[in-house]
Design a protein around this ligand. Sequence first.
Ligand code: BGC
Length: 514
Amino acid sequence: MPAGGFVPREGKAYPGNLTPFVTITCIVAAMGGLIFGYDIGISGGVTSMAPFLKKFFPSVYRKEVEDTSTNQYCKFDSQTLTMFTSSLYLAALLASIGASTVTRLFGRKLSMLLGGVLFCAGAIVNAFARDVVMLIVGRILLGFGVGFANQSVPLYLSEMAPYRYRGVLNLGFQLSISTGIVVANVLNYFFAKVSDWGWRLSLGGAVVPALIITVGSLLLPDTPNSLIERGRHDEAVAKLKRIRGIDDVDAEFNDLVAASEESRKVKNPWRNLLRQKYRPHLTMAIAIPIFQQLTGINAIMFYAPVLFQTIGLGDDASLMSAVITGCVNVAATLVSIYGVDRWGRRFLFLEGGIQMLVCQIIVAVCIGVKFGVKGDPGDLPKWYAVVVVLFICIYVTAFAWSWGPLGWLVPREILPLEIRSAAQSINVSVNMIFTFAVAQIFLTMLCHLKFGLFLFFAFFVIVMSIFVYFLLPETKGVPIEEMRIAWKNHPYWGSFILDDKLPAGAGVELDKNG
Ligand code: BGC
């Protein structure tokens, strides 16, 4: 997930190679996304494992196994069970607030190190959990890790990578999130077969990427930007030469210094953000993450195995179906990386929206017809569940090439330097709040709204598609210094973008110089 911070004068090419430094950086950064995805994918799988439920949530287990008359929709409705999943996102929200200060004042490396250590601690506490409290404490530690890693890793990556790789790497982070999800799904599938304690292996597995981040953060150098921010200019030049593998780094260095000075001039980025001319940016930084979560994707990512059990698949088939949706998610993210600069953001958003809407309606009808409002499927033929899984896969595909990656890319790429850090924090925090909300209430909503839950999310998909159609200008291939023109020419937002200059001290204007 992209974090805040500045990137100097985008739209300009600097010389530089893909050096071993940069390659190692990418590997460590990939671990940041991987572990985030791993945490997203792992909890649903373990909550569908009988030994795990029996040990920590015996009442849910009894409801599932012993009481056959229970309404299918409500089998897993338990606030403590969802708290196990959702607590991570609340912790991540809190940590990302502190992490932005640590990242700015003490450098990206310290934030990454803290993230790695917290991840390790969380994974170990979870693997050895004896009661629900330990489970939730472990998830909270993992959440703190996510907060620190998500703030520092993408920032580190964008500062280390040669300019021309930045766009691709931005989407690469989403790819590593979806890879983390599928790795978790696959491990859940196999570990579920390991006697009674397979879930311990699933939860403890997070230690591997966590150790790579921890060790990586100790070995990797500080970014030149971070050294400049802390006044260590000579070191920054030397570092830039090593990272880029060339001696001619003057142009990039001078721009980094200029950008750092300009961003220091921004006295109050939060107040700045409330200015009328930033209304479109603020709107996008808030609306896009809300809409991304209201697609309902995390109902699938968190609870796929539970959901598949609900519609009548057996334990093994449910975990296997989660593996399939995970693979589809990765494959479609690759399509997005290929298409985002060819077909444009609006096309992907709108096509994805229509595809998600159709699938949600079909899934709702399929489940509604067989389960009714009572949640009693009677004798459910296997092919029925297969059709539902198929349409869920088509839905996941749509998300993974639209709202998934673009939900992070678009709010970030539209931000001018003077509000970037503040607006980006808002974007990340709003995403975490809504991720938490969906994780916490999904199973209760399933119990009450029944098959209508899919129509609930479908309604929001309509709203967000209308929003994109009327309010989001195309930003494909628009360099940051020309982004303002895109808003200025927009039929609605145009009137918000005045041609004024900011009063001295209130911020910096980038129209001419990037
Ligand atoms: C979202 C996550 C989601 C993931 C699925 C991300 O863009 O922010 O909430 O679980 O995509 O791949």
